[in-house]
Design a protein around this ligand. Sequence first.
Ligand SMILES: Nc1nc2c(c(=O)[nH]1)N[C@H]1C(S)=C(S)[C@@H](COP(=O)(O)OP(=O)(O)OC[C@H]3O[C@@H](n4cnc5c(=O)[nH]c(N)nc54)[C@H](O)[C@@H]3O)O[C@H]1N2
Ligand SMILES: Nc1nc2c(c(=O)[nH]1)N[C@H]1C(S)=C(S)[C@@H](COP(=O)(O)OP(=O)(O)OC[C@H]3O[C@@H](n4cnc5c(=O)[nH]c(N)nc54)[C@H](O)[C@@H]3O)O[C@H]1N2
Ligand code: SF4
Ligand SMILES: [Mo]
Length: 736
Amino acid sequence: MGQKCRETEMLTAPAMTFREWTGLLTADLVREPAKFGLGQVPSRLLPDATTKAVCGFCSTGCGLNIHLKDGAAINLTPDPDYPVNLGTACPKGWEALSVLDAPDRARMPLLHGKEVDWDTALRYFCDQMKRILDQHGPEAAAFLSTGQIMFEEMAFLGVLAKFGMGMIHGDGNTRQCMATAVTAYKESFGFDAPPFTYADFEESDVLVFIGANPCIAHPIMWQRVLKNKRQPEIIVVDPRTTETAMAATQHYAIKPKSDLTLLYGLAHLLVREGGVDQSFVVAHTNGFDAFAAFVAAFTPERVCAETGLSIEQLLRFVQTIQNGTPRVSFWWTMGVNQGNQATRTAQAIINLALMTGNIGKPGTGANSITGQCNAMGSRLFSNTTNLLGGHDFRNAAHREKIAKATGIPVERIPERPSLAYDQIIAAADAGTVKAIWFVATNPSHSWIDQNEMNRILDKLDFLVVQDMYCTTETAKRAHLVLPAAGWGEKEGCFINSERRIGYSPKVRRAPGQALADFHIFRLIAHYWGCEELFRDWQTPEAVFRVLQRCTENQPCDITGIDGYAQVRKLGGIQWPLRKDERLKIKTERRLFEDGKFYTPDKRAKFVFDAPCEAPDQARDEFPLILITGRGTSAQWHTETRTAKSDVLAKMIPEKLMLDLNAEDAQRLKVRDGMSVRVISPRAELTAKARLTACVKPGEVYLPMHDHRVNQLTHASFDPHSRQPSYKHSAVRVEAV
Ligand SMILES: Nc1nc2c(c(=O)[nH]1)N[C@H]1C(S)=C(S)[C@@H](COP(=O)(O)OP(=O)(O)OC[C@H]3O[C@@H](n4cnc5c(=O)[nH]c(N)nc54)[C@H](O)[C@@H]3O)O[C@H]1N2
Ligand SMILES: Nc1nc2c(c(=O)[nH]1)N[C@H]1C(S)=C(S)[C@@H](COP(=O)(O)OP(=O)(O)OC[C@H]3O[C@@H](n4cnc5c(=O)[nH]c(N)nc54)[C@H](O)[C@@H]3O)O[C@H]1N2
Ligand code: SF4
Ligand SMILES: [Mo]
């Protein structure tokens, strides 16, 4: 398998560019980390003990062995026994400890930029929030949380803010990331339930990656693909020739945001050519006939005209996935979730899996890969859009159940869900939201149409940022900064992409007076005067037990887990694990093996809608489409953490690079390496041009890690998930 990928890589690769080089570097690094100076322990510092942790960057959820000296971490190595990564790690995981030592760690609370003690900070926090909520009502303050802290902490925040302090609105950075998959799964399957297990990477005959670049964004999942011994076909649907596309056996470089048309075109051909698994469709789904009638209009001619593919390409694609091919798995990430019709696109992928019967069996599935280490935990326990454990704020029985499970009086539970992230920001612009408390997210860099976001943040009466670093773009604008401990400095659990709950311990002290988010929330409850509600919430593990009760009889039921000790012993545990399943836990489990979904009639649903054109199309003044996404496996989002490692710094370009096709470059009189201005109607920035065949004429690419990139992006949202569409903005490029 590895051999085949290498071969296609060599055959299809254009001249090596920096990013391709780093893609290969990642692969080398995973195989031979010592060559890159990773994992070395100075001999005077040999460890005297080892403990196990789960990585706190991405949603792969790799297991790491943390080596300790006198009780504190001195270095780490990937855990060979952990069922996720089997002894490998990517550069970020290897460097997870070194980024904790940065000089700009937040050590003390900062009030208007000046250090204060915790007592002053917490009194100020409570006085301001109380004043705003008392004067303007429960909608006047909101929190925006994350997929990056432990889920016990996340639940504490959601419960404290809503049931304790009386807020109604609170959302998370997972809106930027996972909201689409959540909405799609809920409607199609009846619950937000990614069905797969990582073994499916190894057990597929065909893997279809749509809008996903795992070689860079999920390198250890890609290692699992490379372990596949079935000589799989690997199909990549991505407008760009990414590192993953180069390693694939088929690459479809469609016009950006034409996925929906392509997916309906594939469904059309499956229906026409007898590629449908009728027995599965009849036994386990609803709405197929209407869907089949709907896709009749998606003829190959129309689909090819709208996506830019040839008829031969379309036919080859459909032949590779049609019923009769033993095992096909479909995987998607941000190229799908971030789009103007993102939810319907995700559901069009789900429809293909359903109509070919590729679900509930090894090597199959309609599989959304998550992003952050605890994106999945946020989906279940952040208490933002859903009431704890995937419940509904609007449902009285659900509110009663959660009141009972948490011991919190039911009157304190709001009867409606929160506004979505962008609606909270719009309310702040309108002046109805006056205070926002950001926890573990940096939207002054990462939110779409950033200048507009920052203009609105600057209007707030009270802006609080709770972060590990005091220098983030958002922290710099805050009235109050609360210094937080990071991964490795506190304990709790994350849930990874395959629904695996993994534990991470405290292995060192946080700097200065920084505190675990968990303890910050406990202190706020005390200063607010609502600590009585949280009398059982003394430790993360105690909260874990409360959350277990919240999941009872839900699809995500984890009442069968016997505490942290069992999670650690078994190498993580996938949900669900009901009480009666305790004795037969398997290392790898997938959902829907019995063909029963979570809808009332247990059938999955075909959901579809007419495609429409993405907003912000290319035009005379702005003739190029800017695509954004991940840059290298060594960079993490807004780089508050990864920029602090010298080792990772060696793996990234010194300057922001704009990928530009040679045809466009010639017209613009731009040579490789020249400085260029990238201009959108909202802002402009300067970057270095990298001429590459990896983007098509008419398209350019910038990684999201540079803080200026979101000044360019055009703000549009999927109407169902309200997820921002980061990957389609019209720009112009000029030589400097
Ligand atoms: N190194 C690193 N790894 C990470 C992260 C990181 O910051 N750095 N972040 C993590 C997080 S939170 C996330 S969400 C994941 C994201 O993981 P991915 O989604 O894999 O990463 P992206 O680069 O955002 O987007 C994937 C691809 O979508 C393509 N794309 C753009 N527009 C379209 C389109 O219209 N159709 C299709 N089919 N494709 C399109 C882009 O060209 C890009 O190659 O990565 C996680 N892993
Ligand atoms: N143009 C463009 N923009 C994008 C995307 C894109 O593809 N293109 N992708 C979007 C996606 S998918 C995502 S997920 C977002 C990510 O956007 P953000 O969430 O804003 O990015 P991060 O840099 O991960 O920010 C996390 C913050 O939490 C802090 N932190 C880390 N650990 C802890 C902790 O334990 N406690 C506390 N209190 N703080 C902590 C970090 O220092 C950092 O400041 O970006 C989105 N923005
Ligand atoms: S792949 Fe993700 S979880 Fe694994 S080491 Fe890298 S960042 Fe950590
Ligand atoms: Mo994400």
